[in-house]
Ligand binder design. Sequence first.
Ligand SMILES: Nc1nc2c(c(=O)[nH]1)N[C@H]1C(S)=C(S)[C@@H](COP(=O)(O)O)O[C@H]1N2
Ligand SMILES: [Mo]
Length: 507
Amino acid sequence: MIDVRSPAWVVSGLAGAGAVAGSFGLGGRTPRFVAAPAYGVFRDAMPGALMAWAIEHLGTLAKPLSFLPVVVLTVLAFVLLARAAVTAGRTSRVPYTGAVAAGAFSWLLAVVLTGAMVASLGAAVPPLVVLAATERRWRVPSDRPTQQSRRSVLAAVGALVGFTGLSLARGWTITGARQGPLSAILDEEAQREADWLLALAEDRSLDVGGLEPLVSEDFYKVDINAVKPDPTAERWSLSVTGAVEDSLELDYEDLLSMPMEHRFVTLRCVSDNVDGRQLDGALWTGVPVADLLERAGVEGDYVMLRAVDGYHVGFPLSALEPGLLAVGMNGRILPRGHGFPVRALAPGHWGETNGKWLEEIEVLEDEEKGYWEKKGWHGTGPVNTIAKLYEENVTHLDDGRIRLAGHAYAGTRGIARVEVSVDGGESWEEADLSERLPGRLPVGADLEASGIAADAWQQWVYHFEPTQDEHEVVVRATDGEGTVQPREHSRPFPRGATGWVSLTVQR
Ligand SMILES: Nc1nc2c(c(=O)[nH]1)N[C@H]1C(S)=C(S)[C@@H](COP(=O)(O)O)O[C@H]1N2
Ligand SMILES: [Mo]
């Protein structure tokens, strides 16, 4: 039996926990932290049904809850390595063999997991120090706990807690985010245009306090990673491969030298509930996909986008062709969390198709399933029509009226109208809509032009006089093709939630 209170195991435990804490201290919230790549292995082994359940029911908690056991398992792996180092130290007559072995084993494991030579020192130094400092205690193979070792164990645990605290504080500040204005990668003109468009969006946003403006202040994030990828622009490249006349490979500079466009685009995740919050709008700047596809000469009808994080999504090429390869968001360099250096934007399609950290566009002759479709989702098609109403956008005005406000989105079909019922769906009245945002605007072109219709949401607002203590408020949108948002409720899995949003509003 293993007695975990034996000096060898106590020391190994401290060394293993120290290794993971130290790795976070140097790697921080980047893939250079040892538990980050370990998460991928765990995630891909998870059954699709369990994942769909967690996504629908745990929401943003699903990620931290599934990351925790991975961190524990990672600590365990480093504990076992340290324990092996103890054995090596005991059989060697050379002093500090165990400590050096613990450091070396831990560094190697960290490098294998993360590929980062320097940051992996964060995982190597704590085991080395712990084994070196306690050599006197575990060198002699006595696996019985003693009174004295218990007191020093307390001191050692205290030291570990302190070290972990410091590492957490330091690691938390390492976000790898590269931020900066658009003008740092494009010219001043592109920056001026973006700023002008952002001002336009502010102008067209309804003057309703508490309602998210047309350019979201806090854009939702959804991806398969516990820790987001952190590719560097210098080493990154984008290739167009598969059924093409000429495969292409472009680096960041190549892409930045192509003609650019600004676009207002809204994204919604297929896992968004009717009353969920995975719906947001932004201004994006990038290269039209069609320009790249034309250069490559496509010979297939499908596409597979592949990204740095192993994410891949397959869908008809026709959905990507009118799309954008975004390098900028809201007048800034595309943030790491949204796919730096480049992400795809497929107009009017579920969030899934908008690959972040994109590195390959593979043209296919036959359709192939991507990451989520293999797990049973059908989230590569056009979005469902939705009108949102959140609790906090129900306002009792001083004049006795109640103001309701929200957003509506139907992808490239656009919103024709939003209707509100205050009697549970018996009678309907039309809400006021914010003015539509312009579509594509080529960099350097005349900004007066309104361009084609944007794949962007609109805001709605409606006022009513309460006539009873309680009103059952229902909202529904009609898209630009005249189709009314269906009433029947369905869950997000597998092809997106349907149904009208309703709220009970007190007088
Ligand atoms: N590389 C990569 N791209 C990805 C994902 C991912 O996990 N990895 N998730 C997709 C999903 S499901 C959605 S809804 C959108 C969300 O984009 P956002 O995080 O910028 O809001 O990104 C898509 N692109
Ligand atoms: Mo999504």
